[in-house]
Design a protein. Structure first.
Length: 303
């Protein structure tokens, strides 16, 4: 028996010695599909009779069903293995996201405790000294000026700190404005191209946040690793997707190296909202990050 597709022969035994006599074949039909052929012969004695052909035809029906069932089982097993692989990958992705969130929370705690909190404690101490001096009838204008300057500096630090967590411009004006603001703070030229179809359109919060995170992380990677002279960002819509591309003219890297923590974090973040991420790079060829996110336009801004 020879199965279709792969054409692999399946031997079911021999009816007699190879005498060079007549051979025959009969197709294994399942519905409108030919799954293979039953090849039979040679017959030990004489020629094939109508009864011989009828016997093969009778055997072909259950054989075709058996082959069909085996193939269905193999296809189902392959799909089950793929689902299991995807489930394991999803679990790993979720674990990485949780770990990243925990790490970010600890970073925020350290920044608040070691930086801003200490500066506020110093401000309180300076105010206490100024009050003591005032009670003694002293002039505290210089102390108050210093405290005021320190307070403004803390406000600036808090504003910068909050911007790194979730920029207010993203909440107030949307993705394009936030990306443009981020690009302006880069020490190298960054151009932002956006489709006119994006004007006035707001996407679901998690989509905008994930897209902004992608751009922000990509720009950070450019500064750390790419040694690039220019960066180009494109934001567009197409076929129900929000499309975000970040390209640089830097040194690039082998695509086999796209499992670094930063790139993995980007992929996890995009896939967590049902998106897709593709990275194209090579030694000396720059890097382009393509992201597709299900656009999910907010109803009040639907175009």
């Amino acid at each position: 028996m020879r199965l279709g597709g792969d054409g692999l022969p399946v031997s079911l035994g021999e009816a007699g010695e190879h005498t060079g006599g007549p051979r025959g074949e009969f197709p294994l039909w399942y519905g409108d599909d030919v799954l293979g052929l039953i090849e039979y012969g040679p017959k030990a004695e004489g020629r094939f009779t109508p009864e011989d052909h009828h016997l093969v035809e009778t055997l072909a029906r259950p054989a075709a069903l058996a082959v069909h069932n085996v193939r269905l089982t193999a296809e189902l097993s392959a799909k089950v293995r793929e689902v299991q692989r995807q489930a394991l990958e999803l679990d790993a992705s979720r674990a990485r996201i949780v770990h990243a969130q925990d790490s970010e929370r600890r970073r925020i705690e350290r920044r608040l405790h070691d930086g801003i909190q200490q500066e506020l404690v110093a401000l309180v101490a300076k105010l206490a000294l100024a009050r003591s001096r005032l009670h003694r009838g002293g002039d505290i204008d210089a102390e108050l000026t210093e405290v005021q300057d320190d307070a403004y500096r803390v406000i600036d630090e808090l504003r910068e700190f909050a911007h790194g967590i979730h920029p207010p411009v993203l909440t107030d004006q949307g993705l394009v404005a936030a990306v443009t603001s981020c690009a302006r703070r880069m020490p190298i030229p960054v151009t932002v191209h956006s489709d006119a179809s994006l004007d006035g359109v707001r996407f679901a919060e998690n989509v905008e946040e994930s897209a902004f995170y992608l751009v922000s992380e990509a720009l950070t990677n450019v500064l750390k690793h790419a040694r690039a002279g220019r960066v180009s960002i494109r934001i567009a819509r197409g076929d129900g997707w929000l499309l975000v591309d970040v390209s640089d003219d830097g040194v690039g890297f082998p695509t086999a190296s796209t499992r670094g923590s930063g790139l993995t974090g980007m992929r996890d973040r995009i896939e967590a909202v049902g998106g897709e991420l593709d990275i194209v790079s090579g030694d000396g060829a720059g890097t382009t990050i393509h992201a597709r996110l299900w656009e999910r336009v907010r109803e009040e801004t639907r175009a």
